[in-house]
Design a protein around this ligand. Structure first.
Ligand SMILES: [Zn+2]
Length: 119
């Protein structure tokens, strides 16, 4: 096996994994809540006036935007957990350098160091 740069101490890996799992649980709960909230509005469509109907549609649009963003976040977190398992976690996909631990603690799902993320 090639010597992969492993910038994280075992206890840091544990901390980050816990953080990722916490975010994952929170996201899943939020997505489930959104899914439940979207349904009753559909059933009310016949009874609401035209204006409220437009508002309802706009609100659904916002929910959809939020849901799409949450889905992306979910995928990023799952991908980060996979990299953590594979040992490729914490390596910048832009320059290949180790991402500083302080950055990983703040953005555990990040793929790039701050230099590459901003360029
Ligand atoms: Zn980089």
């Amino acid at each position: 096996m090639t010597a992969l740069q492993q910038p994280l101490a075992p206890e840091q890996r544990t901390l980050i994994r816990d953080e990722l799992l916490r975010s994952l649980t929170k996201l899943e709960r939020s997505m489930a809540a959104n899914g439940a909230a979207a349904r009753p509005r559909d059933l009310e469509q016949d009874t609401v006036g035209r204006l409220s109907r437009i508002e309802a549609l706009q609100s659904q649009g916002l929910t959809a935007t939020l849901a799409a963003r949450e889905k992306v976040q979910l995928e990023q977190i799952v991908a980060a957990l996979r990299r953590l398992e594979e040992g490729s976690y914490g390596i910048c996909n832009g320059c290949g350098a180790a991402i500083p631990v302080e950055r990983l603690m703040i953005f555990p799902e990040t793929l790039a160091c701050s230099t590459c993320a901003c360029s």
